[in-house]
Ligand binder design. Structure first.
Ligand SMILES: [Zn+2]
Length: 510
């Protein structure tokens, strides 16, 4: 009792339930009681009251569980009918709580009715105030998909209500604020404010990411910032005190004004509006140095024959080649495309750039010569280069779905991750189909590749994806070394890494 009074032990109620299935397992009420008491001690809790239901006799599925209902009431109020103070609940396993769809939601609602309540089961304590639990909890196998959807919608509506009241959103911490999600972080908050101004003024987000890396400013997960995390931080209207619901429209009051939240704003609304306008103009496009919009190179359907194949060969401090896959850039001064090593913030060194047309022309000639040299190769032997990646992503998706169903990851994270994974898989499937098709074409057309390569006749000329297939069949990579003096294109800068398995013997007559 003294321990409860001086706060070292939290008084909780235990809840036990015997169900029809318990003949087969070990969940007798006595076992559950004993386990609850023992577990409670491990979490600095003490069981001061016990609720118990017996579902074994219940034949009707919608039978009321008197003690479950009594427990909900008691937890909401913070004391039992007998006046015993309780500040939480402990059960052996979450499945004890659930009898019908909706039980769990009601339970979470009761527990989180006021702040500071605790909940634990044999696996440990669980924060029922967090969004993950609220929306997914433990329903897993117990509750039907439809019910899950309904619960999620209700949870969303609840979030919306909170949002309309300007309440701090539940869920994970946000970069820029303290753990309470209300007070600005003394370092990260001002860093965002400074970055917002600078990006509006034309500074690149890559350079912001590098600055933050240098200063040891990390993401909430403790990682180095990248362009993407800087962008995420700056495009979130929360930095000016506003909020979007589900990534869409701003929350507005009945007069159409954005609702101002209870958390510290880091920038003025006009700053965020400026950033938002900038990001919107950019979406799907790349902005050139002079502000003109350059169509983005679609990763799924590369427009250049060496994307993915050209790699940076500039030595790093250890003397090893950088190895980063070069990205397509645009030189608006010259009006041509370039292959560039991505900057440090994107996994490269930024140290090499080469004129695209010159690189492609040289490599094309080399590849055609090589193909003619081996005369033909058996494309049926060729392995789709992304097969491993595809399998990996599929497996990852499956794992995530399992994890999500089990309640291990939040809706927000799950849906955004799944969307991007599924996009990637879709892209890979398109690529695979093209690979198979162009492989067949390659087989048929091996005798006149050169002619078709440069042909203007749309019926016979090779398209980009076919050309890319030849590149892929012949080359593992094109290593591009830094330019020497003069900056002119020099083939000595290139190092062609041929595939070892271009079969010289598998001559195919066409
Ligand atoms: Zn590099």
């Amino acid at each position: 009792m003294q321990a409860i009074l001086d706060g070292t032990l939290i008084p909780v109620c235990g809840y036990a339930r015997i169900s029809k299935d318990d003949e087969r397992d070990r969940h007798g009420v006595n076992d559950q009681r004993r386990d609850n008491r023992r577990n409670a001690a491990n979490y600095s809790m003490v069981v001061v009251y016990e609720f118990e239901d017996n579902d074994r006799s219940a034949s009707k599925p919608d039978v009321v569980r008197p003690d479950f209902e009594a427990m909900l009431k008691a937890v909401t109020r913070g004391r039992t009918d007998d006046g015993v103070e309780i500040r939480g609940v402990i059960v052996v396993h979450e499945d004890r709580l659930i009898r019908r769809p909706g039980d769990y939601e009601r339970f979470v609602e009761a527990v989180t009715h006021v702040d500071g309540r605790v909940y634990a089961d044999e696996r440990g304590t669980k924060d029922l105030y967090s969004e993950d639990v609220e929306t997914l909890g433990l329903m897993g196998a117990v509750i039907s998909k439809a019910e899950t959807r309904k619960m999620r919608k209700r949870a969303r509506n609840n979030h919306r209500r909170r949002a309309e009241d300007g309440k701090v959103p539940r869920g994970r911490k946000r970069f820029g604020w303290m753990d309470n999600k209300i007070d600005a972080h003394p370092i990260n908050g001002p860093a965002i404010a400074k970055a917002a101004q600078e990006v509006l003024g034309g500074r690149g987000m890559g350079s912001i990411a590098l600055e933050w890396q240098r200063k040891g400013i990390r993401t909430v997960m403790g990682n180095d910032h990248r362009v993407s995390s800087v962008r995420d931080a700056l495009r979130d209207p929360r930095i000016c005190g506003w909020r979007r619901i589900n990534g869409g429209d701003l929350i507005r009051d009945e007069h159409g004004k954005p609702v101002v939240g209870e958390w510290d704003a880091l920038v003025e609304p006009w700053v965020w509006e400026g950033l938002d306008a900038m990001f919107k103009a950019r979406s799907g496009n790349t902005i050139g140095r002079d502000g003109e919009v350059i169509p983005e190179v679609d990763r799924r359907a590369p427009k250049y024959i060496l994307t993915g194949r050209a790699r940076c060969a500039k030595p790093n401090e250890k003397g090893d080649p950088c190895g980063a896959i070069m990205r397509i850039g645009w030189s608006s001064v010259h009006g041509w495309h370039t292959y560039n090593c991505p900057g440090k913030q994107n996994g490269g060194c930024g140290g090499v750039s080469v004129k695209g047309a010159a690189l492609e022309e040289y490599v094309t000639e080399a590849v055609l010569a090589k193909l003619e040299e081996v005369i033909a190769f058996d494309v049926t032997e060729a392995v789709w280069e992304s097969a491993g990646e595809y399998e990996e992503k599929e497996a990852k998706l499956a794992r995530m779905k399992t994890e999500w169903t089990r309640g291990g990851i939040s809706d927000d994270f799950f849906f955004s991750a799944v969307r991007s994974l599924e996009d990637e898989l879709r892209g890979l499937r398109v690529e695979r189909r093209k690979f198979l098709l162009s492989g067949r074409t390659a087989l048929e057309g091996v005798a006149d590749i050169r002619e078709r390569w440069f042909s203007d006749d749309p019926d016979t000329s090779l398209d980009i994806s076919q050309k890319r297939t030849y590149m892929r069949l012949a080359l593992n990579a094109v290593m591009v070394h830094p330019a020497g003096r003069g900056g002119r294109f020099n083939p000595d800068r290139l190092e062609l890494r041929w595939r070892s398995d271009i079969p010289a013997t598998g001559f195919v007559a066409v």
